[in-house]
Design a protein around this ligand. Structure first.
Ligand SMILES: Nc1ncnc2c1ncn2[C@@H]1O[C@H](COP(=O)(O)OP(=O)(O)OP(=O)(O)O)[C@@H](O)[C@H]1O
Ligand SMILES: [Mg+2]
Length: 227
């Protein structure tokens, strides 16, 4: 198995809005090693979420390529194949949670497992919700939860399929320090546990980033490794 799980090569991304074009990522090279926990820091608007979406096949770069497990697969995958790949291999924790409003938190957490045809998902979903401290909120709809509770639900959902890699966008951004610490503990357990899950975590917070094995900075559209 190769030592690099995910790599971007010369990735560029611009947006045009109202006739203006903004370059967000420019010739960006970033390597994520298997089983590492890497924190991506950068100021607001520097392109962190854009990068995470590209890493997870949710957005297409304008130039460059992404390699997963040594396979230049992303570029040639159909939308359907990408959806299956994301569901199976990647655990997303979105900055804006993206829970389905009609489903309870328990159903939201189970959903990726059901899409994957995993039968044992009921037990797993309940265990994960217990881990993130939401065992008492299983039947609540996302709108009936606080921001921090939705964030914890989103983390449980990201873990339900035991993904190879977790892409987490500010996973502790809306949590008080004790709850944030609990979430970091869940991530640490996953990272150190049997599966040694690879984690890419975006954060503004240097202290949160200190939990990772390595920090990188996104600045002027490129990744700068910590000296
Ligand atoms: N769909 C879009 N259309 C136009 N511009 C966009 C789009 N998505 C993002 N941008 C712009 O690209 C830049 C990077 O956005 P991005 O969301 O990646 O930043 P970020 O580093 O995650 O910021 P934050 O820390 O505030 O979450 C921003 O200036 C934003 O306005
Ligand atoms: Mg963002």
């Amino acid at each position: 198995m190769c030592d690099t799980i995910l790599q971007t090569r010369g990735v560029g991304k611009s947006y045009s809005t109202g006739g203006d074009s903004i370059t967000v990522l420019e010739n960006l090279d970033f390597t994520v090693h298997r089983n590492e926990w890497v924190a991506v820091l950068g100021s607001s608007g520097s392109g962190k979420t854009t990068l995470l979406n590209i890493l997870g096949t949710l957005e297409k770069p304008d130039s460059g390529s992404i390699v997963f497990n040594g396979d230049l697969a992303y570029d040639s995958m159909s939308e359907r194949a990408k959806a299956g790949f994301r569901c199976d291999k990647i655990g997303f924790v979105f900055q804006a949670y993206h829970m389905f409003p009609e489903l309870s938190v328990f159903e939201n957490v189970r959903l990726p497992a059901m899409l994957n045809g995993k039968r044992a998902s009921k037990k797993k979903a309940a265990e994960l919700l217990d881990k993130v401290g939401l065992a008492h909120r299983l039947k609540h709809k996302p709108t009936e939860l606080s921001g921090g509770e939705q964030q914890r639900g989103a983390i449980a959902r990201a873990l339900v399929n035991s993904p190879d890699i977790i892409l987490a966008d500010e996973p502790t951004g809306n949590l008080d320090s004790a709850t944030g610490e609990r979430i970091l503990e869940v991530l640490r357990e996953l990272h150190r546990g049997e599966l040694r899950t690879t984690i890419v975590m975006i954060t503004h917070d240097l202290e949160v980033a200190g939990h990772a094995d390595r920090k990188v900075f996104l600045k002027n559209g490129a990744i700068q490794n910590e000296m």
